[in-house]
Design a protein around this ligand. Structure first.
Ligand code: NAP
Length: 519
């Protein structure tokens, strides 16, 4: 069994022997060891600051956008290799399309926005100068310039391709080099992505590096000009964001953490309607895509109390048709969780929720996977729970697997209260045709959510889906979800830049804005 190499200071470097043993999620076979022993993180950070940063900052937004576009095309031409390796993480082909093609789409999106909406200049002067003095001889304008540091990406295991590409797209367009630290369980897939990026030979040296293995030293080396973009659990986020060096040096720290997302069925939606069918389909999709290992997956299903029985029956019928097993098998709809450890973690979360509720579908301890050994692979049946609205565990616990909890609500205000007990979520969706209900619920829950999707019969066919973060829209949420924000169109780019207010006479200011001078 080999040891995974990291890509640092312009070359692939193998760590010392040992490290975490990573297994195939489907067969349990050992794949590779992941370790950072003996690798020089200090040298990597210096390389990014002295080589990658200056090279990217010397390019204009349009030139950086062109790099993104070329990179997207190259990765697309190699995506079959990523799909193939993804199978070992337990992902089906459609799961890995979500991850791989989703990541390519983000690169393309930022390539297009960079070319069409940012200047052909390395920096951005925002808007028009504003008059500051009564005589109009002194004005002010905001200048956005790339941070002179490193975009340190700390990623979760569940999106080994999309997450680094999404973070890379915004950092690169801003002119900031990236150091990617993948989560250990799926680091080998991110390493293949970086191998493809390096082979494309599109980016300047130092623009991207890969650090596999423990990242515990990363935060010690972060400085005032660096930006840590963390994706992972709320517990890890808390530990990292309270790191003394991060606090002392005010290191920018964006957190995308876990989230107990909701979907809501309006009181107007009756069994038998097309909207009810769309609602049920959406819940089952969210529970089973990537075996529920999506930060945006639906965890809480709120329905009018009188509809709980009917919705439980409809969901159970649909879940029973989900074929679990080896993602290489054509009939399989849901693959494995990322590891046996992850499955044990999900089972613990289910038993916490079940202690104040009941399981209405699925057995957490038993799966009959197609074409796979249930003991060696990390397979799990989808599990639907049901809880009373007062049960705390369903609102507090994120079972990071194919699991959701059905909760009945009795009133609109009660519903809003329950939904907000998630203490901040990435996304909620509402299925209803009743505009008064929708307006009241949206206004009630918006302060606690990063994104809200509204579903009705007319729009269902074109809905982009509850669980799909889109580059044009904010991805992030308040409170428990981390309080961060990624993507969101150009906002995601500006996060990597310093905004400086410049006060000067109009002539002086316009001489500074060389792009405007050329135009
Ligand atoms: P995790 O255990 O919190 O780990 C996240 C990342 O932090 C990994 O790369 C991990 O590296 C790293 N890490 C841990 N300790 C560190 C330290 N001391 N210094 C530097 N890095 C450190 O999360 P996970 O199990 O990979 O991912 C699942 C969680 O992520 C779920 O809760 C899910 O909701 C959340 N998530 C959120 C979003 C979002 O956008 N909001 C997206 C995806 C996932 P190692 O693996 O090497 O320990």
């Amino acid at each position: 069994m080999g040891v995974l190499a990291s890509y640092l200071t312009g070359r692939w470097q193998a760590p010392g022997a040992g490290g975490a043993v990573i297994r195939d999620a489907v067969t349990g076979e050992q794949i590779i060891q992941v370790s950072a022993t003996g690798l020089d993180l200090d040298a990597a950070m210096t390389y990014a600051r002295r080589t990658g940063g200056p090279a990217l900052r010397s390019l204009t937004f349009h030139q950086r956008a062109d790099l993104l576009g070329r990179l997207a095309e190259h990765i697309r031409s190699e995506r079959d290799r990523l799909y193939e390796l993804s199978l070992r993480t337990g992902a089906t082909l459609s799961d890995s399309k979500f991850d791989v093609d989703g990541g390519i789409r983000v690169l393309r999106y930022y390539a297009a926005r960079g070319r069409s909406e940012l200047p052909d200049s390395p920096v951005l002067f925002e808007g028009d100068p504003e008059e500051l003095s009564s005589g109009g001889k002194f004005v002010g304008q905001h200048l956005h310039s790339p941070a002179a540091g490193v975009a340190i990406q700390i990623n979760a295991f569940n999106f080994p391709v999309w997450a680094p590409l999404e973070k890379l797209a915004t950092a690169l367009l801003a002119g900031v080099p990236s150091l990617i630290k993948p989560a250990t369980p799926t680091a080998y897939l991110t390493a293949l992505l970086v191998e493809i990026i390096v082979a494309a030979n599109v980016l300047p040296p130092g623009a991207v590096q890969l650090w596999c293995g423990s990242g515990s030293h990363l935060l010690d080396l972060a400085t005032e000009q660096d930006m840590i973009s963390f994706t992972g659990s709320a517990d890890t986020a808390l530990r990292l964001r309270s790191h003394p060096n991060v606090a002392t040096r005010s290191v920018r720290f964006n957190v995308e953490a876990d989230s107990v997302n909701s979907t809501i069925l309006g009181p107007d939606v009756s069994p038998g309607s097309a909207l009810m069918a769309g609602f049920v389909d959406q819940v089952v999709t969210e529970m089973t895509v990537k075996a529920g290992q999506k930060c945006t997956a639906i965890r809480r299903i709120f329905v009018p109390a009188v509809r709980v029985e009917a919705v439980a029956r409809l969901l159970s019928e649909k879940l029973a048709s989900v074929v679990v097993g080896n993602p290489r098998s054509a009939t399989v709809r849901m693959g494995a969780l990322a590891s046996l450890e992850q499955r044990a973690e999900v089972r613990r979360a289910i038993s916490r929720i079940a202690s104040s509720g009941t399981i209405v579908f699925g057995d957490p301890d038993r799966a009959d996977p197609v074409d796979a050994d249930p003991d060696r692979g990390a397979f799990m049946s989808p599990v639907l729970l049901r809880c009373d609205d007062g049960a705390a565990a369903a609102h507090d616990t994120e079972p990071f697997g194919p699991v959701a909890t059905l909760i009945g609500y009795h009133s609109e205000s009660g519903l809003i209260d329950l939904c907000n007990r998630g203490r901040g979520s990435l996304v909620a969706s509402i299925a209803s045709e009743d505009s008064r209900f929708i307006q009241s619920v949206v206004l009630g829950i918006a302060p606690w959510h990063g994104r809200i999707l509204l579903l009705n019969e007319e729009d269902a066919a074109e809905s982009t889906g509850h669980g799909s973060p889109l580059p044009a829209l904010t991805h992030g949420g308040p409170g428990r979800a981390g309080g961060g924000s990624e993507m969101g169109g150009l906002r995601g780019v500006l996060r990597h830049m310093q905004c400086t207010a410049i006060q000067a006479g109009p002539e002086t200011l316009s001489r500074l804005d060389t792009h405007r001078n050329q135009a």
